[in-house]
Design a protein around this ligand. Structure first.
Ligand SMILES: [Zn+2]
Length: 336
């Protein structure tokens, strides 16, 4: 297992041992402190202390810090040695057909954006890579609308998805994108809700840069911390934490810092609906008040209220999106 990148070397030894007492202030909750993994500012303040209220994979408490400089929310230490615990066998992306109609509608809406981006790509032949793409169903749909698509590559850690993907004509690599090697270069790389799950977002982006054609586009989707739902649910549980599976949650400012540092430029950044985060936040708030039941056997995502609340708040976010920042972003980036 790789070392925990958040153990910043050096400074801890220089600072006096009772530093936490020195900086403790009744109005500033910084008795524990950490370094921002994006802008490296210190100290980041404790933003939330959370447990896995979604899957109840453990009893552990996870501390989420907020960087007052760039708005990144991150957990420290990373539970990188507990992956088989924190991704239980009933984790929704491992359960075929578990995504439900709301997810399907949402993903159909997202397809409009993917098609728009495909139109920006010039040339007669297009290679696409979907990192975390499961069975490759997004590329199935895209292939039907753009005949220029030649190679479709899925990279995913899901063992079960591979057979389906290969049967449908996709190339499949079972593993992390950081470990994927290919002779091919890709004109479009999709990384939807992936970067917030990894230990080292910059390593991920550097790898993706090597797989991209010179004019290629990478489309990222990731949660965004400076949103109304994050503020409202901070003291109970904000769904955007997906605790303890989201390790780095960016703001618009901090995702721009990271992609530019690695050698990308931002093509376009769009805010999009965060209906599922509202649904997680509300159901968990009600469950913690014992007004409804969630359990390890029936995680929040399988609660009957989940699709209804997700749909309602997706519409709410859509309506307010012209004048407010919602809790997810799409960002398309190109090589500098
Ligand atoms: Zn920062």
């Amino acid at each position: 297992m790789r070392p925990n990148k958040r153990d910043h070397p050096g400074l801890k030894d220089i600072l006096p041992k009772n530093i936490s007492k020195i900086i403790h202030h009744p109005f500033m909750n910084i008795t524990r402190h950490s370094y921002c993994p994006v802008c490296h500012q210190w100290p980041a303040e404790i933003w939330s202390e959370a447990r896995d209220f979604e899957y109840f994979s453990s009893e552990n408490e996870y501390v989420y810090f907020n960087c007052p400089g760039c708005g990144t929310i991150f957990t420290d230490p990373l539970p990188a040695d507990q992956l088989n615990v924190i991704y239980p066998s009933n984790y929704y992306s491992y359960v075929p057909g578990s995504k439900g109609w709301v997810f399907m509608i949402k993903e159909w809406l997202d397809l409009r954006l993917f098609r728009k981006i495909l139109k920006k790509i010039k040339g007669d032949s297009i290679n696409i890579l979907d990192a975390g793409g499961g069975t490759g169903w997004i590329m199935d749909v895209l292939k039907k609308t753009d005949k220029r698509i030649k190679l479709t590559q899925v990279v995913d850690i899901d063992e079960k998805a591979g057979d389906v993907a290969i049967e449908k004509g996709h190339a499949y690599f079972e593993g992390r994108i950081e470990d994927f090697e290919s002779e091919n270069r890709f004109d479009l790389i999709l990384m939807l809700n992936l970067i917030e799950h990894v230990a080292d977002p910059e390593e991920l982006l550097r790898k993706v840069l090597t797989l991209l054609t010179p004019d290629g586009i990478v489309l990222l989707k990731t949660p965004q911390t400076r949103s109304l739902d994050a503020r409202l649910f901070r003291n109970s549980y904000w769904g955007g934490l997906h605790c303890p599976r989201h390790w780095t949650i960016f703001s618009e400012e901090s995702i721009r810092i990271v992609v530019e540092r690695v050698g990308f430029k931002v093509d376009k950044l769009r805010y999009t609906q965060g209906g599922p985060f509202w649904a997680f936040s509300l159901i968990i708030l009600l469950a913690r008040k014992n007004w409804l039941n969630t359990s390890k056997a029936r995680p929040v995502i399988f609660h009957p209220l989940f699709p209804i609340l997700s749909a309602f708040f997706a519409a709410f976010d859509f309506l307010r999106s012209p004048f407010s920042r919602t809790s997810q972003i799409f960002i398309s980036i190109k090589s500098k």
